[in-house]
Write a protein that binds this ligand. Structure first.
Ligand SMILES: [Mn+2]
Length: 323
């Protein structure tokens, strides 16, 4: 904390950078850092890249009044201060150009060496969420969270741990304990049950119709979608199926092929499989039990062929004898 406070002595404005197509954990932890800065009378702005797609995420930003700006509104300047949350420098799922090294990196994904270039690096892969790390900061700095920040962090922890069941640790539980009294469960209810548009049901229907079953694996494809992270929603839905241990779901958005992986097998290598599938053709990564990747479709002659290859590679990797 001393090292962190040292950075705040310079009363400069900060640009807090979220990862591409940010999820609730990234949004909440960034909002939490923004709130901490405010307590020290330091200005900061939040920038995301890509799209806020999920209805829940849109509702979260709306009801908690989270001041997100698109990265296109940011004028890059060598002298600017950057803080990168829930992502790492050098990974392709974040928008910072190579020459803009962030001063702060706070994340819970496996360490990428390039992140060590930052002045202040706090990476804890054993934590269920980045929101947990920010929650600990509030506690250690004796800052009382307000309703909005507490509700955001609660939702960030809840979603990143799949409802307190995935990578959920004592650290996460302790932060929940700390913020619990400040959370508005009324607002949380609004966020968790937003109005869903027709496209969501159409895509769910397509995903169900397109699902392929092979031993303990489910593979599906939702095709062109309104937003890229719909494949994550569908993958979460499929992984609950009894006796199925692996899920791979594709979606397409703005000439990119996205995929999400989920597993409940004892071989917790979802992140490694995502890296393996995208090597040389895109970028991928993630955690033990959930991961994702993106492959640009520009220059790809036959995308169905590409999907077939990826399916084959996936099956070979996760089951010994493919069907
Ligand atoms: Mn996260």
């Amino acid at each position: 904390m001393e090292k962190f406070l040292e950075l705040l002595k310079e009363k400069k404005r900060w640009n807090i950078i979220l990862h591409n197509n940010p999820d609730p954990d990234c949004i909440a932890s960034s909002f939490g850092l923004h709130f901490i800065f405010q307590q020290y009378k330091i200005k900061s702005r939040l920038f995301y890249n890509g799209i806020i797609g999920r209805a829940e995420n849109k509702e979260m930003i709306k009801v908690l009044k989270i001041p997100l700006k698109h990265i296109n509104d940011l004028k890059f300047n060598k002298k600017s201060n950057f803080a990168l949350l829930d992502a790492q420098f050098g990974s392709q799922n974040q928008p910072l150009p190579k020459q803009y090294i962030p001063k702060i990196v706070i994340d819970h994904h496996p360490l990428k060496k390039q992140s060590l270039k930052a002045t202040y690096v706090d990476i804890r892969p054993d934590y269920g969420s980045t929101s947990t790390i920010i929650g600990e900061y509030l506690k250690k700095l004796n800052i009382e969270p307000d309703t909005k920040v507490a509700t955001a962090l609660y939702y960030g922890i809840k979603t990143d741990t799949a409802g307190f069941t995935r990578n959920f640790t004592e650290k996460d539980a302790n932060v929940l304990d700390f913020i619990h009294n400040y959370v508005s469960f009324k607002l949380l209810g609004k966020i968790e049950h937003p109005p869903l548009n027709k496209n969501y049901y159409q895509k769910t229907c397509e995903a169900l119709n397109n699902a392929i079953f092979c031993k303990n694996v489910i593979i599906s494809d939702v095709g062109e979608a309104d937003y890229p992270d719909i494949c994550a929603e569908i993958a979460d839905y499929f992984i609950r199926m009894k006796n199925k241990n692996w899920v791979l779901v594709f979606s397409e958005f703005e000439n990119n092929l996205y995929f999400s992986i989920r597993t409940k097998s004892k071989y917790k290598i979802a992140g490694k499989v995502a890296i393996y599938l995208t090597r040389g053709i895109g970028s991928g990564g993630g955690h033990n039990t959930y991961a994702a990747g993106v492959i640009p479709l520009e220059g790809v002659e036959n995308k169905e062929e590409l999907k077939e290859k990826l399916k084959e590679k996936f099956l070979k990797r996760v089951i010994k004898k493919p069907c």
